[in-house]
Design a protein around this ligand. Structure first.
Ligand SMILES: NC(=O)CC[C@H](N)C(=O)O
Length: 307
């Protein structure tokens, strides 16, 4: 298949949608990002990449980082991790407090904010220090992306530290139920720090290969998690990766995918490729509007969905 021609067609057809929606302004450092940007990359198992648009422009990966922290926590705790975080879709916005209260501080899944904050807490306990946790998360991401230069953006972290009251509330609520081991502020800071990691669509699509290949990097041969764990991460991506719009994403796109409020979306086609698309303006559920549309065009044009 001529993937480059498909991407070029998508870039043309997507133009009316780019900039439609709203950039995430509840994190002031992200409010300044130009919404008129669009980039997309496909990475095949031999490392071949096809890109279009602003594929080299770094952006804040935000909730896409939740995939990587969940991977590390599953590796560390195995099945026991599900004692503190569930695996069912929430049907609620990513930062909702309501369900967490009536479900006694156990977040529905690792991809809503409460779940990801809880997973970060589990990692801090596992690595026994905040500094080591941040270091391990970053070095894992550098390894799967094959890029040693990836960094977390301090300005974005600080911006969330100053404005992320709702995330603090989620962490405090879990603490009150006894489902958070470490200091609330240290946990949310570490969480904000991994959300603030900056990557571009080339490195992020490369980073998805281990999830497209049963937990093993097809280029380096390194095994990060078991095939069963990779299967489950993909399943949770499909059912929870877009919060209350996960059903809609499965309906229109038909791939396991994970979005972030920086406007990025990653997706996997099992045994074929990793994908990343980026366009900063978001729809009402906080997912990239043009990015979702581009992925729908991609699976419609190629027939490459999991269904
Ligand atoms: N959906 C997202 O990308 C949310 C991540 C963001 N850091 C937050 O906590 O609100």
């Amino acid at each position: 298949m001529d993937y480059q021609a498909v991407l070029n067609e998508i870039a043309e057809e997507i133009k009316p949608y780019v900039g439609e929606g709203k950039v995430a302004d509840y994190i002031p450092a992200l409010a300044e990002v130009d919404p008129q940007q669009f980039g997309m990359t496909l990475t095949l198992f031999d490392g071949t990449q096809y890109s279009v648009g602003d594929a080299d422009t770094p952006f804040s990966i935000q909730s896409i980082s939740k995939l990587f922290t969940f991977t590390l926590a599953l590796d560390a705790y195995g099945y026991d991790l599900y004692r503190r975080v569930g695996r069912e879709p929430s049907g609620n916005p990513f930062n909702s407090l309501v369900q967490l209260e009536y479900e006694h501080g156990i977040p529905r899944n690792p991809f809503i904010n409460a779940g990801a904050i809880n997973v970060t807490d589990a990692l801090i306990s596992h690595y026994d220090s905040v500094a080591r946790t941040s270091k391990e998360i970053l070095s894992f991401i550098r390894e799967i992306a094959d890029d040693g230069m990836i960094e977390s953006d301090k300005e974005v972290t600080e911006s969330e530290m100053q404005h992320g009251f709702r995330n603090r509330a989620l962490a405090n609520l879990m603490k009150s139920f006894g489902n958070l081991d470490n200091d609330v502020l240290e946990v949310v800071h570490t969480y904000f720090e991994h959300c603030a990691i900056a990557m571009n669509s080339r490195t992020l699509s490369r980073a998805m290969l281990y999830l497209a290949n049963h937990g093993e990097d097809p280029i380096t041969g390194k095994k990060f998690i078991t095939p069963q764990q990779a299967k489950r991460i993909n399943a949770i991506m499909l059912t929870c990766g877009h919060y209350d719009a996960s059903g809609d994403f499965a309906f229109h796109v038909g791939l396991p995918g994970k979005s972030g409020v920086g406007g990025g979306i990653v997706a996997v086609i099992p045994k074929v490729m990793g994908i990343c698309v980026w366009s900063p303006a978001l729809n009402e559920q906080g997912n990239s509007l043009a990015g979702t549309k581009a992925l729908e065009l991609f699976t419609s044009k190629t027939g490459l969905s999991i269904f």
